[in-house]
Design a binder for this molecule. Sequence first.
Ligand SMILES: Nc1nc2c(c(=O)[nH]1)N[C@H]1C(S)=C(S)[C@@H](COP(=O)(O)O)O[C@H]1N2
Ligand SMILES: [Mo]
Length: 415
Amino acid sequence: MESKQPNRRRFLKGSAALVGLAAVGSASAQTPAAAPAPAAFIKGSEEQIAYGQRSRFETSVRTSHGGRKSPDAFGLVMHVATPLQDSVGVITPSALHYVATTRGAFIPDIDPKEHRLMIHGMVDRPLTFTMEDLKRLPSVTRLHFVECAANRPSATAKTIQDSHGMTSCAEWTGVLLSTLLKEAGVQSGSSWIVAEGSEEVKGASSIPMEKAMNDCIVAYGMNGEAVRPQQGYPLRLLVPGFEGIFNVKWLRRIKAVDQYYMTYNDFGHLRQEPENAALGYQIGPKSVITFPCVGKQLPGKGFYEISGLAWSGGGAIRRVEVSTNGGRSWTDAEIRGTAQRMAHTRFSLTWNWDGTETALLSRCTDEMGKIQPTRAQVAEFFKVPLVPTYRAPGQDNTIQTWKIASDGSVHNAYS
Ligand SMILES: Nc1nc2c(c(=O)[nH]1)N[C@H]1C(S)=C(S)[C@@H](COP(=O)(O)O)O[C@H]1N2
Ligand SMILES: [Mo]
């Protein structure tokens, strides 16, 4: 990113900025003081030593999504959202990764020693892999986001967790699916795969062979340890940049076939209208400002770092622009770290709030040159009127607006 690097430096050099910064700490005429000696200490326990826990003062948690309580009265796990309002950097801790089950699921309790992955159908050599077999094969480790179709900007959600928390980003380790398919020898004429999970309803998805042979990962590792049960332990499919439902968890079977197969997932999920269906595959460029965001309270005018996440199914994020005046003008934000392909990318922009009512927006551009749209642009594209209740079809990647009131409270609005 050779974009506006100097912005921040220029900002910090300005004398107005220094006054602003002083207001961030509790500066006063008194002598500055470091933190007092701790009043209490954590007594070591075998458990803490064996598997670490976060501080008891850290309370950020996942919450049920879409009005479906999780777990429900039967112990089924439904949709659960990531607390993006508390996120820093780009990796979602495994314990906070969002969870989606298509119809609610009892999380399978799979013994990895018993688990098998079968590859069959239109292949020369049907194969069965144990977890040990898979771990002997060449591996890849890549940062990728997963996002559910239930994730959409909102004018009414009370938290960003509700509107945008059905996406997370983790470091995934596993074997490229192409390695396994080449080993099995895919027959000419096979143009799709059907990937199937192990739970009672056998969540399954049809995926184009071209994608299967490109960058899909049969993953056993997540953020440096085994994939968590809620994310598909011991094995899940990662289909980078495609809608969440393709990322089959508790993966047990991959069948090479010659056509799209309808699965349990198709009912009520992937629509048949062409524009909906197409939008369900590769996720478009999307970004959201995670600070400030709805529900936060700015203590007063002065210096802030606007920060957010951008991602795209079309590759790496090339550019993020932020507007601090309701979309009238845009400034290039800084990309924090290295933008990875099909991964959350952190951006930020320094901002000196003058204390008046305004609105913050972000929009990103991916390596294909695709730009995140407004709702109005999507409605125009599909030639439908932009009524207040208009929902962009498919995976909604439209811009989210945060309104800043003069009292510093932050509210949401549609773009
Ligand atoms: N076997 C199986 N795989 C599944 C699902 C499921 O219900 N069963 N849910 C899908 C949906 S809808 C999404 S959005 C992603 C969510 O992945 P996560 O729970 O690891 O965040 O998993 C997909 N894979
Ligand atoms: Mo989903």
